[in-house]
Ligand binder design. Structure first.
Ligand code: DC
Length: 234
């Protein structure tokens, strides 16, 4: 089933592909490749929580100050242009892609009122010709009616190794054991929170990428998407 398009395109239906999974599973790479291949819009929902975590840090807002966090999340002027993310018209990608920003995102994201505030904005990203939505709760909450749902995962060890390689290639001096511990901590927080925890939707296709090259996963997902979009439009 497709979602009704918001705004002037309300009469048409918008195909939505939900891609969830833990950090480092390859879901970001798969989602952006899919969006580029299909010419669809791309929603990186993690970027919203990362930006909020960054704003909280930059404005010295305590994680216990829910009222201010909600106000900050309601006032965020975020825009995605292809895979680039902008805050108040300025690119913010480099600032929010650090390990520290990921941890802050994971700390602000359990707050129910914050999630509720960001819900409408995320749903409004479903515009023609279609949306690839990447996150933790795309298939379970935000786009529970999505046409195709995937849960992309990999062992914590494989994810730590991938992250280690990426950071080393970017010239960062990192410790793999510390990365592994941080990944496990973040998984535990994301999986065990009361609202919208990280888990596969009942109707999601689960793909374990531990022993796969990410390009293989892209090909597999694309093939399944073509079939499921064909099914849902027919
Ligand atoms: O996908 P990511 O690593 O950019 O996400 C950063 C954090 O944001 C993640 O640890 C939990 C939170 N998040 C969330 O709660 N819900 C989402 N849909 C996406 C991310």
């Amino acid at each position: 089933m497709s979602l009704p398009a918001p705004g002037p395109e309300r009469t048409a239906t918008v195909p939505v592909i939900a891609i969830d999974g833990p950090g480092g599973s390859g879901k970001g790479t798969v989602s952006t490749a899919l969006a580029a291949e299909l010419g669809f819009h791309y929603l990186d929902s993690g970027a919203l929580y990362r930006i909020l975590g960054y704003l909280a840090w930059a404005n010295n807002v305590a994680l216990s100050d829910e009222k201010t966090l909600v106000r900050l999340s309601a006032g965020m002027q975020v825009e995605f242009r292809k895979t680039e993310v902008f805050l108040d018209g300025r690119p913010i990608g480099d600032v929010i892609r650090t390990e520290e920003a990921g941890k802050r995102a994971s700390l602000v994201s359990p707050i129910p009122a914050v999630r509720e505030t960001l819900l409408g904005w995320q749903r409004n990203q479903a515009r023609l010709p279609g949306l690839v939505a990447d996150g933790r709760d795309m298939g379970t909450v935000v786009f529970a009616q999505a046409d195709c749902k995937f849960f992309i995962t990999a062992s914590a060890r494989a994810r730590a190794e991938r992250r280690f390689k990426q950071l080393r290639e970017k010239g960062f001096n990192v410790n793999i054991l510390q990365l592994f511990e941080e990944i496990r901590e973040r998984d535990a927080r994301d999986e065990n929170r009361a609202v919208s925890p990280l888990k596969p939707a009942e109707d999601a296709v689960i793909l374990d990428t531990t022993n796969l090259e990410i390009q293989e996963v892209v090909v597999e997902v694309l093939d399944r998407v073509k079939r499921c979009l064909g099914d849902s439009s027919g």
